[in-house]
Design a protein around this ligand. Sequence first.
Ligand code: 5AD
Ligand code: SF4
Length: 470
Amino acid sequence: MNMPSLKEARKRTNKEVITEKYKKNKELGKTLKNKTFHIKTYGCQMNEHDSENMIAMLKEYGMKEVEDFENADLIILNTCSIRENAHNKVFGMLGRIKHLKGIKKDIIVGMTGCMAQEEVVANTILNKYKWMDFVLGTHNIHKLPEIVEISFKERKLKIEAPSIEGDIIENMPADRQNKYKAYVNIMYGCDKFCTYCIVPYTRGKQRSRNKDDILKEVKDLIKEGYKEVTLLGQNVNAYGKDRKDNYNMANLLEDVAKTGIERVRFMTSHPWDFTDEMIDIIAKYHNIMPSIHLPVQSGNTRILKLMGRRYTKEQYLDLFHKLKDKIDKVAISTDIIVGFPGETEEEFDDTLELVNECKFDLAYTFIFSPRVGTPAEKMKDDISIEEKEQRLYKLNELINKYALENNKKLEGKIVDVLVEAESDKLGYLMGYSDTNKLVNLKGNEDLIGKIVKVKILEAKTWSLNGEYVE
Ligand code: 5AD
Ligand code: SF4
C-alpha cells in the first residue's frame, strides 16, 4: 500500500525532476494476453490523454478493448476530482460495477486519475470499497500493466498512489482516439495553488517536458498524418519556468509552428503568464489557431484575490483586449465559477459586467464546489445553494446570448474546417473551424481528414451549419 497524503501533496521542494523512459516489461504478459478491458474516462483532456496511454499499454500486452464495460475482464475508472459531481458520477458507477462483480466474480476493477490521489477517497475505498482490486495514482500510470497482472493473480485491494511531486515518463505508447487531432502533453502538474483547486494536490508539481521530446513527438505525428496538435498542460503559459534552459512557451509555440503541422492549439492558459512575446508568436504564425481558452473565474477583484488568481479584473481586461487587437479574428473562451465563498450580489454583478464587455465565444460555468484540503474549503460560505443556482442560470443566459451573437457573425462567411467524422446529424459531416467552433456540413465522406473551406449557412448557440465550397 502506498496511500496518498494531503500533507505530502501540498509540499513543493527543489528536488530535481527525473525523466525516465517507459519500457515494456518482458516478464509480464501471459496473464494479460487476450483478456478484455474497458476504461471509463472522466474529466479533462489530460485525463483523456492518460487513458490513451493506458489503452496502448494494455494492448501491448495482448489485452483487447471492449466497448461495453459489462463484457470486460478489467474495468478501470479514470477519474476526476475537480468538482463534487465528478466524484458522485464515479461513486455511482462503482455502485453499478459492484453489482456486476457480484455476478461475475472474476472481473478486476481499478481506479486511476485524480481521485486516486485524494487522501479522503483512498480512505473511503479502504473502508467501504474493499472489493475493488487496485487504485493507481497519476504519477504511476506507467505501472498499470504490472498492477493489473498482480490483480489477476491475487484478488486483494492494492493502493499505489503516493503523493510525490512527480517525475516525467517519456516514451509511453498512446492509442489515440482521433486520427487527425492529437494531444501532446508539454508539462505536468501545477504550482499555482488557486485556493479552490484540487489539481496541484492530485497532479504534483509543475514539470515541463524537454523541448526536443515534444518536438520529436509532433514531428512523428505529422509523419503519421496528423493535422492538428493540442499542447496540453494545466497552465501551459508557464511552460519552461521550472527548467534551466531558458526556453519558454513562446519559443515552444514558435518551434511547434515551424514543424509545419497544419494546426497548433494549446490549453489551458493562465492570464498571469501570458507574455507579449507569446501574443506576437500566435499572431505571426498562420498555423497557430486563433482560439484561446483564458479562464477568468470571476469578474471581481476581491474574489479573484481570495481565489489566489494573482490578477485584477482590470488586468484581465487589458490582456483580453490586447489579444483581440493583436490576433486577427481570435475567439476567446473562458471558465467562470459562481458562488465562491462570500461572493456578494454586487460582486457577482461584476462578473456579469465583465461578460458584457468580453462577449466570450464560449464559457464553461460552474458553481463553486469545496474540495477537501484546499484553502477555499475552509472559507466561510453563507450563500444558499438556491442563490448560487440562480446566479449560474443568469450567467448562462448571458453566455449563451453572446455565443449565439458571435456565431451569427459567421453566417455567410467562409471558414476553414478540419473535417473529423460523420456527424450525429444524419447526412452531415462534422469538424472544427480554426476558431474551434463545431461545424456540421454537407459534403462527401472523402473530406474526412482534410481541412476544407466551408460556407456557414446557419448559426446556432453551440454549433454552425454549413456547406463545403472547396
Ligand atoms: N469548484 C468549481 N469549479 C472549479 N473549477 C476548478 N475547481 C473548481 C471548484 N472547486 C473550474 C475552474 C477551472 C475549471 C477547469 O474548473 O473554472 O478553470
Ligand atoms: Fe483533469 Fe483537474 Fe479533473 Fe484532474 S481534477 S482530471 S486535472 S480536470
